[in-house]
Each structure stands twice: as C-alpha cells, then as structure tokens.
Design a protein. Sequence first.
Lengths: 73, 245
Amino acid sequence: MSTIVCLKEKNVLVLGTDSRFMKGDSSGVMSDSEQKIYEVAHETFIAASGWKFALDFELAKAREIASRSAITH
Amino acid sequence: MSGLHTYGGSEVCGNVDVHASALAGRNARGELGFVVQEYSLRDGEIVYRLVFEYFGDDRRIWARPGKPVVRLAQEPGTWTDSPLAVVRRFLSTLKAADDRIGGPDQIVELTLRGAQRSQLPAGIVSTNINQISRFDHATVQVGGGGFTFSGSGGITIAGGGDISVSPGSIFGTAVKAGTAGFYIFNTQVIDSNGNFVGGAVNVPGGCGANGFNPKVGGVQHYGANLTFRDLDGVTHQVVGGVIVS
C-alpha cells in the first residue's frame, strides 16, 4: 500500500511519502530504505503508492514524455 | 463465474485499489500544483482514472490511504500550520495506522525558491547539499567521493556519537592542522578488531620543529633538541625529545 500525501497552498507544494516496500505477497517488509519520490524533469516529481513495477513504468514513461514534450520549466 | 481478474496471481473480484501516483510540478502556465492518478480493480476490470488535480491557491490536501487521517482533517491546525509540519503529521499518523507504511519520510517541498528535499534515501542525496534542509531522523550514506565541506561551519557532533575512521592505507588519516599545531585530547588508538591498542601516536614521517609537547600529570612538557655522547664515544642527536622527570 504505502502512502502519498500532497499539500498545495499558494506558492507552496509539499509532496511526502514513506520509504517502505512490502514483499510481493504483503507477508512482510522487504525494505525500509527505498526511494519513492523521483524527479522526472526540472522541479517535477512523481511519488507512488502501490506496486514497484508500476512506479518503474510510470517513471520511465514520465521522463520519456517530459523529454519529448519539453513542457516543464 | 464472470468478472474475475488475475490480479496478484489470484482470481479476484470486487473493488481493490491497485496503484496510485502523484505528479507534482508546474503546468504550462507555470502554476504550481499536482495531479493524482489511480489504477484500481472494479468488477473484474482494471480501471484508470484521474483522481484529483489541483493548481489553485487555497490549501488542499490529498492523502492515500485517507481513512487514518480523517481525524486530522478535522483539526484546525491542519489548515493553519505550516505545510511541511502538516505533511509530517499526516505521515506519522499513517505510519502508526498501517504496518505497510514505514521507514523514513521522503519529502519534497516546492516553492518559489525551487525544490527542497528532506530525508531521502542515499540515492537521492546527490544534488546541492545546501538545498537539503532537514535531516531530523535520517541516516545518510555517501559513497563515491564522500562529503566535501567548503564552508567554515565544520562538523559538530552534539549527541555523543563516535567518529570512526577506517584508513585505506598504512599511512592512516591525514589531519591538516593550522599554525597552532595539532592537539590531541584523550585520544585512544583502536585497532581494526576494535581492541584498545594504547594512547600512543606514531609519527613515521617525523614531527615539525617543535616536536611533542605532552602534558603529563597536569604538567606541561616541551620537547628538547640536544646532542649527547654515549659510553662508546658515539655522538647522538635528539630532536624533540621529552624528559618528563
């Protein structure tokens, strides 16, 4: 499961998560030191809650789109 | 039976949240905000939906899972305290409520000054150290070139922790002292097995002109340069020798 918390107010945005990944069958903790927030473009970050393979896919896709579109500042 | 999906290796049905992600940054107009998307199992089908999108000015919070933080949403401080404090409070509450949530917080704060990151695993700590403002609970592992401090702040260890140095060669650790010399207070030499070897200091490269200046029993002694001749008539020269009694 893990978690994501997003807070936005005026010119401040805070994106937070934890560092835990569970084993595939959720029987126990696999790691408490996993990176979960990634910078996909300048000052553009992605955080995920769910499956690591899905995050890996989203991360690769987001970087590909950001690179191709150059829509970030 | 219809409406089953082999999600997770087993045939399941009903409503199951599978995966969610939040993308935070600026839109094409430069407005700060975030977008949340979610994949879930609904009646045997994997469904994608854009859950939440916000680029406005009023304070809005989105959290997953949401149930443990319902009480927090009703507290006035959630809507008045600093954004960073509120997010930390949410993360602490979520960790206490769910065993699948744990480990150090990972937080990115985006403001007009740019991005500030705190308490991230070693892999992320690779950018400008000046932007990392908070390490309250973090363990930082640094590989490669290690830390380099260019400022004048130095290192202060206030919590009583040890400094462990494992030299990579027989030449040990190099300490560059100022003009006042290199002072050693209550130093113990520990070998690689953790055994106390002694308080001695080996100086294979020799000392500077002032030699050793040890304080023994509260009395300060200074090294002396002298020449003497032994019983065989051989002359010896002592540099920095110390006579303590």
